[in-house]
Write a protein that binds this ligand. Structure first.
Ligand code: FAD
Length: 804
């Protein structure tokens, strides 16, 4: 065993092996993989080996495409077969809703370069003769689907890495990890200790236990998963071609050919977690006891839908555990607070995803950035609220819903309500329909009195539509009240605070009592954050950004090494907030404060401490509605009193509660972008139209050189606004944008702009098309709707209302 290495990867499943290969490919050859037993000794060995490119998140889908294309490369390097069977696949729709969903998947595939095809039920039956047509309405065909040999793939990665200098220590268990003062790690194994500059937890089934060695409780849980293998089926045995991969959503089953029969796996509704608290170290190549009763409901549907499988009977049942994160996506990236410690775990579809996971993480370790948009996979997307019990509830929910439709307006119910603010009960009493954002409840919209506050899930406009319209109307015509506690907040203070912020933010810092908007850029000049920053005191800044990115930001701030004179603190729930917005908002607030709120005395983008009634608060004159408005921040023990005061003061002015759905509509008609939709690490500030918030005349700052290049070269694409001729379904995001018969871009968000009465969408198109007004179409639920690109926001294009 070596005594010192650049990186030690813990775990020789498909994920660890892929990462090892990608590290060597990126130029780190002094790397080792440490495996407790033989390679594949966790989940990997009993996987069904299925692979596909389709994923709900287009960025994850891209990494899945990459994974599948990689098999040829590692076969060639290693000489080891991956056992690739590229059969193609069918996703079968049994209902009209599923058919709509498939149309949306098909549309998304267009700008990802996928060659998907909607096929009739007759065509589906021709492609897959085992199905009984009567249960289906059609299917989506994907030529890039199939299955691989899990062992072959893992060994091919491992051998390819070894040929580039990596070493693999089998039958060696990591028993402890100890940080050293220089940021490296002592990796203590049962065969001795080695020092590693970087450590990666790719422990799969034991990722939790490896995490606990460094004080981490990772949100992963293993679920038992069963598949059956049928006896020989004559139609399969005599078929001239291999059977396709098939997903039957109604049966919640997937299938592929195995020898002369079929393999049929299921994500049953009553899924069972495995080793809920602790994975035994002596678990190895054994299978779990099968439990056909648990999957019987799915099998019954499967047998009905595919009669030859029932006729053949079951030859074998496989039951094995594998891990999931609460949302089913991988957990990758560096861990805040632990230098040079990385994770690559929670990968539930290793044969579709391990290649992409390995590539992104290797880039991140070697070059400092993943090189892809890994937002959906980043371990930082969960906060410390994602406890063991939370994870347990969410993973069960996610597993049981694996093949169910997730509607764009659907809120999942497990582990809720968990975190609530003091006004939760007040809003509930007002008939709020709640959503969950980073574990915190917030109002989406308010149902009319006497109507149950429930939103019907749909791809079309929902029962929320008229209530949201009334909320928007209240804001634009009078005044609305919105809880804004679920914005992320940070305090940066100390004598070095301003200089440090000037280094890491793209805009200049504000004068005391003022607010600026600023993007934060990566060294490659990509958007990694967008904030409003208020200077509260000479050495104290209050920063508001996206709450769901709190961990990402803190991790980045930590990497930008604040000096001794700077203290950085997340304070999202120390300060909860309420906002009043609309033409009468000033009058409402003025009645409660001594300060003069006139524009002359307290103009747009002002920020000041003031008492609202008796309540000490910080007030900023800013609103994401694009209207006159104020954000009021108070300690949580004051929030209820503040709410009551505002409601009472607002009554004569027609004040009405509004929620996140109305805010979305209001910001769309102002063409305001938002984090994780319009602003993501794949876009530069000029592409995103944030030019005016990048100050090239100030000091050097992170990403400046790359941003200047983008500006000088001219952005490749542009964020633009469309109005859409849509009937009852609006764009939601990820729809393709067609221009003159060609797919040229994609939508980032969309919805109905109630004030102007139009369907609206924001999205990116190549710069050359960004000035065209006509010839655009946006494909919404399978229908290409005419769209018009517009040059300025639909509502108050000059921004006079905000400044009034
Ligand atoms: C029944 C079943 C069917 C499946 N079907 C499919 C499918 O069709 N398609 C698909 O893509 N995926 C499928 N999967 C999921 C797939 O198996 C996983 O996505 C994949 O195996 C995850 O790989 P991993 O490397 O993260 O974890 P693992 O395979 O669990 O590997 C982790 C490795 O780390 C080692 N290790 C852990 N701790 C230590 C330590 N302290 N020291 C040293 N070594 C350590 C373990 O021994 C193990 O070998 C299936 C899983 C099951 C159970």
């Amino acid at each position: 065993m070596k005594s010192h290495v650049r990186a030690a990867v813990i775990g020789g499943g498909v994920v660890g092996a892929s990462l090892l290969y990608h590290l060597t490919k990126a130029g780190w050859n002094d790397v080792v993989l440490i495996e407790r037993s033989e390679l594949t000794s966790g989940s990997t060995w009993h996987a069904a080996g299925g692979m596909h490119t389709i994923n709900g998140d287009p960025n994850v889908a891209k990494l899945q495409q990459y994974t599948i294309n990689l098999y040829k490369e590692i076969e060639e390097i290693s000489g080891q077969s991956c056992g690739v069977h590229l059969t193609g696949g069918l996703m079968l729709a049994g209902t009209a809703e599923r058919w709509d969903w498939l149309k949306m998947v098909n549309a998304r595939g267009r700008y990802l370069g996928m060659k998907l095809d909607m096929v009739s039920v007759d065509e589906a039956a021709r492609l897959f003769p085992l199905m009984d047509k009567r249960h289906f309405v059609g299917a989506l065909y994907d030529p890039i689907e199939g299955h691989v040999d899990p062992w072959g793939v893992t060994v091919a990665y491992a051998k390819s890495a070894q040929l580039k200098g990596a070493e693999i220590y089998r039958h060696t268990r990591v028993v402890d990890l100890r940080p050293r003062p220089d940021g490296s790690w002592d990796v203590v194994t049962d065969k001795g200790t080695l020092q590693a500059e970087h450590v990666v937890n790719a422990g799969g089934l034991w990722a939790r236990e490896v995490g606990r060695m460094v004080g981490l409780e990772l949100p992963v849980l293993a679920m038992e998963h069963q598949y059956i293998i049928s006896e020989e089926i004559p139609e399969v045995a005599t078929s001239p071609t291999e059977m396709l991969h098939v997903v039957d959503f109604e049966g919640e089953i997937y299938m592929r050919q195995e020898a002369k029969g079929m393999l049929m796996g299921t994500y049953e509704r009553s899924g069972k977690p495995w080793s809920e608290r602790q994975t035994p170290w002596d678990f190895g190549h054994e299978l779990l006891a099968s439990d056909l009763d648990r999957i019987a409901p799915s099998l019954e549907v499967g047998f009905r839908h595919f009669p030859p499988i029932e006729k053949a009977g079951i030859k074998k049942v496989i039951n094995g555990p594998f891990t999931f994160a609460p949302d089913g996506n991988p957990l990758i990236g560096p861990i805040r607070g632990l230098r040079n410690f990385w994770v690559a775990c929670g990968v539930m579809a290793g044969f579709s995803q391990a290649g992409g996971v390995g590539l992104a993480l290797a880039n991140w370790m070697v070059e400092g950035e993943p090189g892809f948009d890994t937002w959906a996979m980043d371990v930082a997307r969960f906060g410390d609220w994602a406890t063991l019990a939370y994870t347990n509830a969410k993973v069960r929910e996610n597993y049981s819903r694996r093949f169910r439709i997730r509607f764009p307006n659907e809120e999942l119910v497990a582990a809720r309500p968990m975190r609530t603010t003091p006004v939760y009960d007040r809003l509930k009493a007002e008939n709020a329909v709640f959503g969950d954002y980073w574990g915190l409840e917030h109002a989406l919209w308010f149902a009319p009195e006497g109507i149950e506050p429930v939103e019907q899930t749909t791809f079309h406009r929902s029962n929320a539509h008229s209530s949201v319209a009334a909320e928007c109307q209240a804001v634009r015509a009078a005044v609305g009240l919105l809880e804004i506690s679920n914005y992320g907040k940070f305090e940066v203070s100390g004598p070095g605070a301003e200089n440090w912020l000037m280094q890491i933010m793209a805009n200049r810092m504000p004068a005391e009592g003022r607010i600026v908007l600023t993007p934060m850029l990566s060294p490659r000049g990509k958007l990694i954050g967008d904030f409003t920053i208020a200077k509260v005191e000479p050495e104290r800044f209050f920063i508001v950004g996206t709450y769901a990115a709190e961990n990402h930001y803190l991790r980045w701030f930590e990497r930008q090494a604040p000096t001794n004179g700077v203290s950085v603190r997340a304070c999202a729930t120390d300060y909860v907030g309420l906002s009043v917005a609309g033409p009468q908002s000033r009058a409402v607030l003025q009645g409660l404060v001594r300060e003069d709120l006139s524009t002359a005395a307290f103009p747009f983008l002002s920020f000041r401490r003031m008492d609202v009634g008796p309540i000490p608060a910080m007030v900023g004159r800013i609103s994401f509605t694009g209207d006159l408005g104020y954000e009021i921040w108070v300690r949580s023990d004051y929030q209820r009193a503040l709410y009551d005061l505002l409601v009472a003061a607002g009554k004569p002015y027609g004040l009405r509660n509004f929620g996140a759905r109305a805010l979305h509509s209001l910001r769309l008609e102002k063409s305001f972008g938002t984090w994780a939709r319009e602003y993501r690490p794949i876009y530069g500030p000029y592409e995103a139209g944030l030019d005016r918030f990048v100050d090239m005349r100030k000091n050097d700052f992170v990403g400046r050189t790359a941003a200047a290049e983008e500006r000088d070269r001219g952005p490749q694409r542009r964020l633009v606004t469309f109005t859409v001729e849509a009937d009852d379904a609006d764009a939601i995001g990820d729809e393709p944008v067609w221009h003159e018969g060609e797919v040229v871009g994609w939508i980032t968000s969309g919805g109905y702009a109630h004030t102007v009465g139009k369907s609206v969408a924001l999205g990116y198109v190549p710069t050359a098309r960004a000035t065209a007004n006509s010839g655009f179409e946006i494909e919404i639920v399978g229908r290409r709707c005419k769209a018009e690109r517009i040059d300025q926001p639909l509502f108050d294009p000059k921004g006079l209302r905000m400044r009034a």
